[in-house]
Every structure is written in C-alpha cells, then in structure tokens.
Design a protein around this ligand. Structure first.
Ligand code: CA
Length: 225
C-alpha cells in the first residue's frame, strides 16, 4: 500500500516514512503543499498524511482542491494546532481524519488502517485468473502441480495485471505503481519483466497470457479469447 506524506518538517516527515516503511507500507514524502497536491492528484496513493501548516499551499487548500478534482484518496490531517476550529475546517474541506501532533506511532498506524479499510479495500491472500494462482504472501505463482517463485518486481507487475484481468494496463501505470512516481526507470524494463513473466506462464502451462496492446500497454486474457 502506498502512502503520501506531506510534511514540511523534514525530520518528522522522515520519521513518518520510517514508521510507515517498518509497518509494511511504501511511503513517499514531499515537503510543501503544492508538490503534495501534484503528487496526490495522480490518484496513485492509497492514503495521504497531510500537515495543515505547509509552505506554498496549506493542507486545507490541498484537500479542497483534491476533492474538487474528484480525488477521493483518504486524507489523515496532521497538525500541531489542536483548536476545534481547525478540526471543523479540516473535516469540512474533505479530510477524513484528524490527528494532532505529537502523536504515538501506534495511533497513527491504527487510524491509517481504519482509513484504508473504509475505502473498501479487501485484504486478499491470493489472486486467481484462469488456471493461475498468485499467492500474495509468498509470491508463488502456480498452476496445477507446478509452481514458481516470482522476484519482487515480477510479482508487482503480475499482481497489477491479475487484479485487473481483461483490462488494458499502460506501461506508465505499471512504471508508476511498481517503480514509483520518482523513478527514472525506462519503459523497456517493463517489457523485460513482462518477457520474464511470459516465460514463467509458459512453463506453468497457463491458460492465460499477457497480451501486448499496441500503443496502449498490456492485458491479461484467457488464451482462448
Ligand atoms: Ca508544518
């Protein structure tokens, strides 16, 4: 799960990143409101931890603009100020939760779990498509009695395709989701990983394939289709 931290106190931002990483999230940190808005607008993140007092654009304005853009990513507002008026403004502007600094990491993580659950995310142990089963805990990909363990990149790429079967996924979406927003990886590494995955599908005698959709990206389909 990917979390965006928007916090101008760099030490706190880094501490948050560390707490989140240790809890198994992937976290990006940015240090001003405008950059936070630009990142959040990509609709890439599963939740946003947003400070109120920020340079260039304050947290209320960020969340306001996001909601106006139709971005419904859950927002946990963070602020040193604890006045009721802030709380009301924060919730009015579309924030989902509100927390005052200082806070306990456990409380932050608990609120984050509640927020991301609220979004309707189902915790899955495996994904299936055709005769393939991808174990989300062990990264084992199996069909019938054959199984292979995927590398973490292969796993992330295949997971994205299997979560959205029969839907075209662009190389950009794969790059952003698997390598991250700030990645300077070129898109032929997506091709390389797709080619590794195709070899594994062949070895597993999968009845599904990763098809190339010209000018668009990739799509997982049943072989018969
Ligand atoms: Ca601040």
């Amino acid at each position: 799960m990917d979390i965006l931290v928007v916090e101008d106190e760099k030490r706190l931002a880094q501490a948050l990143q560390q707490i989140l990483t240790e809890a198994g999230y992937r976290a990006d940190a940015v240090y001003d409101g405008r950059t936070g808005y630009e990142y959040a607008k990509s609709d890439y993140y599963d939740a946003i931890i947003l400070d109120v007092m920020l340079p260039l654009m304050d947290g209320f304005e960020v969340v306001n603009k996001l909601r106006h853009d139709g971005i419904s990513t859950p927002v946990l507002m963070l602020t040193a100020r604890s006045q009721l008026v802030d709380k009301v403004t924060g919730l009015d502007s579309g924030a989902d939760e509100y927390m005052t600094k200082p806070f306990e990491p456990e409380e932050l993580l608990a609120r984050l779990r509640a927020l991301t659950r609220r979004k309707g995310e189902v915790i899955l142990d495996e994904l299936s498509f055709g005769n393939l089963t991808l174990d989300l805990n062990t990264r084992n990909l199996s069909s019938g009695n054959k199984s292979v363990r995927l590398s973490s990149r292969e796993f992330e790429v295949l997971k994205l395709l299997m979560i959205n079967p029969k839907q075209a996924i662009s190389k950009d979406q794969i790059l952003t989701k698997v390598w991250g927003v700030e990645s300077d990886v070129v898109d032929n590494s997506v091709e390389a990983y797709v080619s590794f995955l195709r070899k594994k599908l062949k070895f597993l005698k999968a009845d599904v394939a990763i098809n190339t959709i010209r000018m668009v990206g990739y799509r997982m389909e049943m072989l018969s289709e």
